[in-house]
Design a protein around this ligand. Structure first.
Ligand SMILES: *Cc1c(COP(=O)(O)O)cnc(C)c1O
Length: 366
């Protein structure tokens, strides 16, 4: 059986170090807002090339709390608009609606799956206050152009970095381009905790201070509450796990890239469209997503050969019952993406033989 992603096997590589880190936290007697979090925030900020990283409970909270902070800082009013790619995972959109702002769903570039520049420009109205690019599947969005637009129209930029830890353009990593970046460390993400966790990156000291308060009941000093905050803290155990995993992130990313390169050079089936990969640094292959008009038949064909695939994602956000108010807008590029995508196994520990088996099985599909 060729797994899509075998997390147990992946984490057991670091079992000794993870257990040591866990014991260290247990023995410390300090489980929330302690040294592990402080150190992880420092290490992760350095990894991303920013001044501040603020740990929170998960990726959705990272997105939601940035928008909430900007509301508190007077940057947004209820009903203002944020531009977001229509084919994103629903979390990016929920972070906007949760704050009583309007998500403006923009069609992606069909080749990159990321926010299209023309689409972004034509979606700008006098209510637009921010752009929320998503580095989907691990490919960094066109950040130089997005930042140009933001400068020209005076918009804030919140990067959804949940799928793209470490992806970069000209060595500048995701989370350091916009005014803030939101990361998820959900176990299956490229940098995955052993539970839920997330973080925000920014160079803005005021935003960082607000976020540190907001995640902890809006408290700036013990028992003094400046804002009506939430409880969204990244606990010591998860921070300790993430410090171990962060050390191996680049190595795991290299393995993902090697798998992607092998798929890219080996898969040669006219029914299958391969993902765009322009250069070494811009894609970290959280997912290797192909397009195929008969993807259900293809996934069945692969399953019969013991190969597991996943669909990211089967239903477009505007077609979800949860977002009924968007049901009537027509987004043909997004809809065709959701009808055709299929994610191939991308477990960093796949063997060369297993990768070859996947390639062979795809090339034999008619
Ligand atoms: C995973 C993910 C999130 C949400 O992260 P959680 O930690 O699950 O809350 C947000 N955006 C994108 C694009 C994601 O893939």
């Amino acid at each position: 059986m060729i797994d899509f992603l075998n997390l147990g096997r992946l984490n057991s590589q670091y079992s000794l170090e993870l257990k040591e880190a866990c014991s260290r936290v247990i023995d410390s007697g300090w489980y929330i807002m302690g040294d592990e979090l402080k150190e992880f925030e420092k290490e992760f900020a350095e990894y991303c090339g920013v001044k501040h990283a603020i740990g929170v409970a998960n990726g959705l909270d990272a997105l939601t709390l940035v928008i909430r902070s900007w509301k508190i800082m007077g940057k947004f009013d209820d009903g203002d608009e944020i531009i977001v790619p229509a084919n994103t995972y629903i979390a990016s959109i929920l972070a906007i609606t949760e704050n009583n702002l309007i998500p403006v769903l923009v069609e992606p570039d069909p080749d990159t799956f990321n926010l299209s520049i023309e689409g972004t420009l034509s979606a700008i109205t006098n209510k637009t206050k921010a752009i929320l690019p998503v580095h989907l599947y691990g490919l960094i969005a066109n950040m130089p152009e997005i930042m140009n637009i933001a400068d020209e129209y005076n918009l804030l930029v919140l990067e959804d970095c949940a799928q793209a830890h470490g992806a970069s353009i000209n060595s500048k990593r995701v989370g350091s381009w916009g005014d803030a970046g939101a990361f998820s460390f959900y176990p299956g993400k490229n940098l995955g905790a052993l539970g839920d966790a997330g973080a925000i990156t920014t160079n803005d000291c005021e935003l960082a201070n607000n976020l540190r308060a907001l995640r902890n009941y809006g408290s700036t000093k013990k028992y003094e509450n400046t804002y009506q905050g939430v409880n969204s803290r990244l606990d010591e155990i998860q921070a300790a796990m993430l410090r171990v995993k962060l050390k191996y992130l680049n190595e795991e990313t290299q393995k993902r890239k090697l798998i992607a390169a092998t798929y890219n050079s080996g898969i040669d089936n006219p029914l299958v469209k391969l993902p765009l990969w322009e250069n070494e640094e811009n894609h970290v292959f959280h997912l290797f997503v192909i397009r195929c008009k008969s993807r259900y038949e293809l996934s069945k064909h692969l399953r019969n050969k013991g190969i597991n695939t996943v669909i990211h994602y089967p239903i477009a956000p505007h077609k979800q019952k949860a977002l009924e108010e968007f049901q009537n807008i027509s987004l043909p590029i997004t809809e065709s993406i959701h009808n055709e995508v299929l994610s191939l196994p991308i477990d960093p520990l796949l063997s060369y033989r297993e990768i070859k088996l996947v390639i062979e099985a795809i090339n034999n599909f008619r």
